[in-house]
Design a protein around this ligand. Structure first.
Ligand code: SF4
Length: 163
């Protein structure tokens, strides 16, 4: 698995101040995507122990609310096995921190994935230019949903996240 960037003290990609991991690989190719440079899974930097240390150093800070996985698509098929193991590890090590994940997939197609058990909030769906709305909180187009994952799994229906 490869990545393009790790950004710190981010306020735009989830609740609170966060560290954001921008992974390589996306099969959706949405017109108007702001990050087409991340589409190629072979591009970017190898996600190695040094990258993990950089992230964990951030999560150890009390004022950091958690981590957001973005890209690219963290649920690009080739990313899923490694993302699942890493998110599970983070949830065990930092149970008080929240984990958010952006994907171009829709909830209905991925709700059985193991990785969802360790995620707090999922923003789903492709970016649709004709539904673009700059007033939306945490997403770019009206078709995307900010999903409370734990409640949605428990109730077996989509529950929208309320901050
Ligand atoms: S899913 Fe996200 S990263 Fe992938 S093409 Fe669409 S907007 Fe870009």
């Amino acid at each position: 698995m490869r990545y393009h960037d790790i950004t710190k003290d981010d306020m735009k990609n989830g609740d609170g101040l966060r560290v954001v991991l921008w992974l390589s690989g996306c099969r959706h190719h949405c017109p108007g995507c702001q990050n087409p440079v991340t589409w190629d899974p072979g591009d970017g930097i190898l996600f190695d122990e040094a990258a993990k240390e950089e992230i964990e150093e951030q999560l150890e800070k009390s004022y950091i609310s958690g981590i957001t996985f973005s890209g690219g698509d963290p649920l690009f098929p080739e990313n899923v096995p490694e993302v699942t193991v890493y998110i599970k590890e983070l949830k065990c090590r930092f149970p008080e921190k929240t984990i958010w994940l952006y994907t171009g997939e829709v909830w209905e197609d991925i709700r059985e994935l193991e990785v969802l058990r360790y995620i707090d909030v999922l923003i789903d769906g492709r970016f649709e230019q004709e539904k673009r709305d700059n007033l939306l909180h945490w997403c770019g187009s009206g078709n995307q949903r900010v999903i409370n994952v734990g409640e949605s799994l428990r109730r077996r229906e989509i529950v929208i996240f309320n901050s």
